[in-house]
Design a protein around this ligand. Structure first.
Ligand SMILES: *[C@@H]1O[C@H](CO)[C@@H](O)[C@H](O)[C@H]1NC(C)=O
Length: 393
């Protein structure tokens, strides 16, 4: 055995076990739930955002956050010290018949998967460049024009294969029930299922958002924060469309919400943007990696390679830390006193509660009078012990 290091041996074993797997990935746990705040430096730079978000990542986060700000973050709430990225999503709420809304308890924070596609054939995945940002999903979407249930991926042709369709197929609402009956695969349902089904999700509802992984190779951002990137032909796997030749890591956000605490309770689930359909689910990302470092992780046999385990601890490049020890970002003074957890008479930001159907109209910025007292979101129940199951394709 002399001359063979433990790492080499582990590598050889992994090679033997996983040689047939085509997809490499790691899962970035950001287990802390800081609360819900109206911050969105991508879509509402400089001002409170229209609706509240759950934020995870580099602690230098606020209304005007830039790549440089994130990189200067003293810490990150994710479990790898080198990742100062900003990850944020809308919150999930429950509305009682009397109109009172309350945030659904979020369990285990957010997990950001870094999936390496395509699964087969030559792979040339490029790290997010410095200053790269993007948005997945559309907060105003309320319509689903595509086939339900979804056709087999091999039948995704014509309208089903358009960017508009792929963008909606990138969302998932996964009814969790751990135990003998297996859970659904990732991104099978693309909007909120009916209440009759939600009431069977004894381990919560997992919100899933896949980001576009094909880049035009030029723009770090675009006016709609989407048109500089595109989905690959099968959302996760597949090929990039013309004009988007650069393959990035495929980001997938997962977050679990304890909807089982409302089983049998009269009322409705809705997102923080007022959407009762789920079609307006979205996710935002500002990269907070040094590109050379991220590239080395993507290319490392024990990190982004198909032979790896997906566990960040198995990537020798990563400095593993406890993200919970990173003091949460400080909300800007304008929203410091705002309570977005509820119970409250209307959604945080004064957003009207919308019904489903068609496409929501764009809303102008609303002026909000803060009436509630500051709710210490750090006291919100969280758990470090929730195991996000590996997603299943
Ligand atoms: C509305 O109903 C819920 C559930 O019964 C209750 O907790 C809440 O206090 C009510 N809100 C008001 C304003 O009465």
């Amino acid at each position: 055995m002399r001359g063979i290091t433990a790492t080499m041996l582990r590598f050889i074993l992994l090679l033997l076990f996983f040689a047939s797997f085509g997809e490499g990935f790691w899962r970035m746990p950001c287990t802390n739930f800081p609360g819900l705040y109206r911050i969105d430096p991508l879509v509402y730079p400089g001002v409170p955002s229209e609706h509240a978000h759950s934020y995870h990542g580099g602690s230098n986060f606020g209304f005007d956050t830039t790549y440089e700000d994130l990189m200067a973050s003293p810490c990150t709430s994710c479990d790898v010290a080198q990742d100062k990225s900003a990850y944020w999503i809308p919150g999930l709420y429950f509305k009682f018949p009397n109109g009172t809304v309350i945030a659904v308890r979020q369990v285990g924070g957010l997990v950001a998967y870094y999936d390496m596609y395509p699964a087969t054939g030559p792979r040339n995945i490029v790290a997010f460049p410095a200053g790269f940002k993007m948005l997945a999903g559309d907060t105003y979407e309320r319509d689903f024009k595509w086939q339900v249930p979804e056709p087999e991926k091999s039948l995704w042709t014509g309208a089903e294969a358009t960017e508009a369709a792929l963008r909606q197929k990138a969302l998932g609402f996964n009814c969790l029930h751990y135990g003998p009956t297996s859970n659904e695969a990732t991104t099978v349902r693309h909007f909120l299922p009916p209440r009759s089904l939600l009431d069977t999700c004894k381990d919560g509802l997992r919100l899933e958002i896949v980001f576009p992984s094909c880049w035009n190779g030029k723009d770090l951002d675009s006016p709609d924060h989407k048109s500089h990137v595109a989905y690959s032909s099968l959302v996760l796997d597949g090929t990039c469309p013309e004009g988007f030749p650069i393959r990035l890591p495929t980001l997938l956000y997962e977050s679990i919400w304890a909807i089982e605490e409302f089983t049998g309770v009269e009322g409705k689930f809705l997102l923080s943007n007022g959407d009762e359909t789920g079609l307006g689910l979205h996710g935002d990302f500002i990269s907070g990696w040094k590109p050379e470092f991220l590239q080395s992780a993507i290319d490392h046999p024990l990190c982004g390679d198909p032979r790896n385990s997906g566990e960040i601890k198995d990537c020798p490049l990563f400095t593993i830390q406890d993200g919970d020890k990173c003091q949460k970002f400080t909300p800007p003074s304008q929203i410091m006193a705002e309570n977005c957890m509820g119970p409250m008479g209307s959604l945080c930001g004064g957003k009207s509660l919308e019904k489903g159907g068609n496409v929501a109209t764009s809303h102008v910025q609303v002026t909000v009078t803060v009436t509630s007292t500051y709710h210490d979101c750090a006291a919100a129940p969280t758990s470090r012990h929730v195991h996000h199951k590996m997603h299943d394709f």
